[in-house]
Design a protein around this ligand. Structure first.
Ligand code: HAM
Length: 422
């Protein structure tokens, strides 16, 4: 029969890799707790309009990357491409705005985007994200950016830069957009096909296109920063001075626009020098209009998401403490009665809090001992039919090869006290 392979851009995480992921997740969780964020678990699929309305119909995600399908009742549903839309939907649906303290959530989980797979870019990838809802204050922006930075610094990820930009208010961008469009139209023929399309649909996205020809053109384009209102400038300067106060290093990037339409004012991205083309480790920003757009009460909000695959790629090997490379006890039960007594002993050891394993295939003592060595077991508890008759078992130290008889009925107790004494 032919082998069935996993889907392109969808990765397995094998046991060798999961300790790295656990370290990343535990670090993120610990810092999120310190900053007063609480875990939320939102569904993996939602109605399609949720994402179209929040991320924006003319974004790459909604135009070409969503996994959308018709449910059996005809409803169009989509595998979540990100976590902000679902979190905001849950916030509105459960009337969390009525709670008189800011709602600060974090989440982990798989996200789905039909992108061209390459190193660091997958179709099923994983994010850790946070959303802070309810505070229209630059200090709330500083708080989430600081949290982002603390997680990455704690993990010692190398070569990171935090880039930040001010997208202003909707009215600011509305007054800037025609200037940009008329400039881009003058240079239309030199832009990449994607950006030519974006002139009419999402012109600001042309600013952060990575194609060198497009970059050369946008270098001299009118700048959004020149069209920003006084209020937007003042807000942003307070965010920057807050970052200075808490000593988070940043660099200004006037091109940073981001691929989701819900942002306004502060937007930021952390990039890594040694990730290749897909260099964004995490990103976020303020999205004050989104709760209202999705039918909730006007609620200011700010958040970010980190890509766990990219964090794992950057995590130094030395960061993960090696798990002890031995297993405590191997139980070698063989022969009709020995195998049954072996199963009992295995369970008793585990119930006593001792790691105990076996391989149920070998039929001879010799082959059991070979497996115990392969598993790097510290002890082997040998139980053949003869031992069962005597009510005993043989405990073998796998390193010294010293063996002694122990009482079968109290084997787990004896091994327990041996381990405590060692
Ligand atoms: P995003 O910039 O689309 O933002 O994604 C955040 C991070 O997810 C990226 O910086 C990257 O590390 C990772 N990521 C995105 N796409 C892929 C992919 N195809 N393969 C691997 N990693 C990927 C958001 O998703 C927003 N919801 C962030 C946010 C939360 N803004 C406010 N609150």
């Amino acid at each position: 029969m032919s082998m069935i392979k996993g889907i392109k851009g969808v990765k397995d995480l094998l046991p060798e890799e999961t300790p790295r992921w656990r370290l990343i997740e535990e670090t993120a969780r610990r810092w999120a707790g310190r900053y007063g964020f609480h875990e939320i678990r939102i569904p993996i699929f939602e109605v399609t309009t949720l994402f179209a309305r929040s991320i924006g119909t003319s974004t790459d995600i909604v135009e070409k990357e969503m996994y959308t399908f018709q449910d059996r009742d005809g409803t169009s549903v989509t595998l979540r491409p990100e976590g902000t839309a679902g979190t905001v939907r849950a916030y509105i649906e459960h009337n969390r705005a009525a709670i008189p303290v800011p709602q600060k959530y974090f989440y982990f989980g798989p996200m789905f985007r039909h992108e061209r797979p390459q190193a660091g870019r997958l179709r099923q990838f994983h994010q850790f994200g946070v959303e802070s809802l309810g505070m229209a204050d630059p200090h709330a922006d500083v708080e989430v950016i600081a949290l982002l930075w603390r997680i990455l610094s704690d993990l010692d990820l190398p070569g990171l830069t935090l880039e930040i930009n001010n997208l202003g208010y909707t009215a600011d961008r509305d007054s800037y957009r025609p200037q940009l469009v008329s400039y881009l139209k003058q240079h239309e023929s030199a832009l990449c096909a994607n950006c030519r399309h974006r002139i009419d649909t999402n012109p600001l996205r042309v600013l952060d296109c990575k194609v060198p020809e497009c970059r050369a053109i946008t270098e001299t384009a009118p700048r959004l920063s020149d069209s920003l209102s006084k209020a937007a400038r003042s807000y942003f300067s307070q965010v920057l001075s807050g970052l200075d106060i808490v000593k988070i290093p940043y660099s200004l990037n006037h091109r940073l626009v981001r691929g989701l339409d819900y942002y306004n004012l502060t937007t930021f991205e952390v990039t890594a020098t040694n990730l290749g083309a897909q260099n964004a480790v995490g990103a976020g920003g303020r999205y004050d209009g989104l709760v209202e757009t999705l039918g909730g009460p006007s609620t200011p909000a700010v958040g970010f998401a980190l890509g766990l695959e990219r964090m794992s790629m950057l995590l130094p090997k030395s960061a993960v403490r090696k798990a002890p490379d031995y297993v405590t006890v191997y139980v070698a039960g063989f022969g009709g009665h020995g195998a049954v007594a072996g199963l009992t002993a295995l369970e008793e050891l585990r119930l006593a809090g001792i790691q105990a394993i076996s391989d149920f295939r070998p039929v001879t003592l010799k082959s059991h001992l070979r497996q115990a060595d392969r598993f790097k077991c510290r002890f082997t508890l040998i139980i053949g039919d003869d031992e069962v008759v005597k009510g005993s078992a043989v405990l073998r130290d796998m390193e010294t090869k010293v063996q002694h008889d122990i009482d079968l009925s109290t084997a787990s107790l004896q091994i327990h006290s041996l381990l405590i004494g060692s």
